[in-house]
Design a protein. Structure first.
Ligand code: SIN
Length: 504
């Protein structure tokens, strides 16, 4: 019998920018943040190098940011949600700056703004080149720790949800102090991040394996677009797991992609060469590597001696792998970077289950469609995290004593590594029916022995929906269906563990 505790306020699982933004916004309602890692560690937000996209410049407008967001999403972005994100983005950046996030400034004290691929304006607010995630999270963590209404447990690993007979979510089950503990709250927000840990090569913390997504799906929440995974073209290939990122801003500065023979190859793949859409660049690098020619990011001329001050995180990562990017090209490999799909929410972060909210990468607000616009994820986490926190704070839970526990098993380590390899091979940058069927058969075999594991359920959502989408769009590329024919979101629920499609 698990111990049961009651918390008079909102439960928030996850301590990235979305979870902590929700916690701050819940005030004066109390918030309990549950995470299995020290604050500003185990979350992708703290690792972000890019920055926050927001229309802060005099030549920019939220409407232009919204248009770029819709355009990048390859036909599947919800324009209303994109407009909301773009409208609230500038205030989100100002709010974080007021908390102490040290955004780069112009001589006049305005936010300095950088240009990234697929943005029609320079609108990315950065922190010391590639330090956005760390700078923003340090400021937010300080605010959370001094906020009287927020309590934080950094030793609580999500293992389950508590569900009422009407489907409503009453709380969570966490592994804490070496045992399972049920915690009942007034509302629950999942801010559990993405699925990078399902892939052999990832730029995110490897412990992010889609547990929140899997639990919400098992509880019957609507899931959107799980097949859409974004692969960052230039993770640094120095054998580290997770792989450090070489920010896209390097290509913005003029760094070239070359193969082992020293030939710049991007012109052969896209007229925009190095600044082509992220999925195009990822496939080009994949092709060069698969052909045995290798792929390297050459920043010797574009950045050169300025590397240590201009891109300190990338510089340190390269040196840790014995590569000096001032003098030699950086070996690169595409890596799982961001999950566009997730738990479907409305503009207030509410899922289709009463009492359950979701925010950040595990959520599907509809702003990313098939391909997230660069530097839209931190801004989404801040905007929709705060919205979810405010909405959850005013949620009144229906009273009820009968609770069903939905529990996940951990996946045994050697099997997890097999799954990660299979996901990269068969549900990675290139996909086809044969590979996806092979992957699904592997997941079936593993599930037979291991029972319900978050990693397997999340992997199945990706693989099954990638198999069903017989076209190529955004981050999802089917080599057996290269055209575009299906301009509708994937919306599904699990009924008794079986997937059911819903009309988009
Ligand atoms: C990057 O800096 O290349 C990543 C930015 C992002 O994923 O938004």
């Amino acid at each position: 019998m698990a111990e049961r505790r009651h918390f008079d306020g909102v439960l928030i699982v996850g301590a990235g920018l979305a979870g902590l933004s929700a916690a701050l916004a819940a005030a004066p309602t109390r918030a309990l943040v549950l995470t299995g890692a020290p604050l500003a560690k185990g979350c992708s937000s703290a690792w972000a190098q890019g920055g926050m996209a927001a229309a802060l410049g005099v030549d920019d407008l939220p409407a232009l940011h919204a248009v770029d967001t819709v355009q990048a999403g390859a036909g599947l972005v919800d324009p209303v949600m994109a407009a909301l994100l773009a409208a609230e983005g500038p205030d989100a950046v100002r709010r974080l700056a007021a908390l102490g996030a040290p955004f780069d400034r112009t001589g006049d004290g305005d936010f300095a703004q950088s240009l990234e691929a697929a943005h029609s304006r320079a609108r990315v607010a950065r922190v010391k080149g590639d330090q956005a995630g760390r700078g923003i999270m340090d400021a937010v963590v300080r605010s959370v720790l001094s906020a009287g209404h927020v309590e934080v447990r950094t030793d609580a690993v999500l293992r389950g949800l508590l569900q009422q007979p009407d489907g409503g979510i009453a709380g969570v089950v966490v592994q804490m102090d070496g045992r399972l503990v049920e915690i009942i709250g007034s509302a629950t927000i999942l801010a559990t991040g993405g699925i990078g840990g399902l892939y052999e090569v990832t730029t995110t913390p490897a412990e992010l394996q889609g547990d929140g997504l899997a639990l919400a799906a098992l509880a019957g929440a609507r899931i959107g677009d799980p097949e859409f995974v974004q692969f960052h073209p230039t993770a640094i290939d120095i054998g580290r797991d997770p792989a450090p990122l070489a920010t896209e801003a390097l290509r913005g500065e003029g760094a070239k992609l070359i193969n082992r023979a020293g030939e710049a190859f991007m012109d052969a793949y896209h007229p925009d060469a190095e600044l082509a859409p992220r999925d195009v660049v990822a496939r080009a690098i994949h092709a060069e590597r698969a052909a045995g020619r290798g792929a390297f990011l050459d920043a010797r001329t574009a950045v050169g001696a300025h590397f240590p001050e201009a891109f300190p995180a990338v510089f340190a990562a390269c040196l840790s792998g014995g590569v000096d990017p001032r003098r030699e090209p950086i070996p690169v490999v595409p890596a799982c970077h961001y999950h566009m799909g997730g738990i479907v929410t409305d503009a207030e972060g509410a899922t289709t289950l009463p009492g359950l909210f979701a925010a950040g990468e595990c959520a599907s607000t509809g702003v990313h469609g098939a391909n997230r616009l660069a530097s839209n994820s931190l801004v989404e986490a801040a905007v929709f995290g705060a919205r979810a926190g405010r909405a959850a704070a005013t949620w009144t839970a229906a009273p009820g004593k009968v609770l069903h526990r939905i529990l996940l098993n951990p996946l045994a380590e050697p099997l997890l590594q097999d799954l990660r390899r299979a996901m990269s091979t068969n549900a990675g940058v290139l996909r086809d029916a044969a590979g996806l069927l092979e992957l699904l058969a592997l997941i079936d075999r593993m599930e037979l022995n291991q029972g319900p594991c978050g990693a397997l359920i999340a992997a199945r959502l990706v693989a099954a929906c990638a198999l069903a989408r017989q076209e190529s769009r955004g981050g999802h590329y089917r080599s057996d269906y290269p055209g575009q024919v299906q301009p509708a979101r994937t919306l599904i629920t699990l009924k008794g563990g079986v997937m059911e499609s819903l009309a988009a």
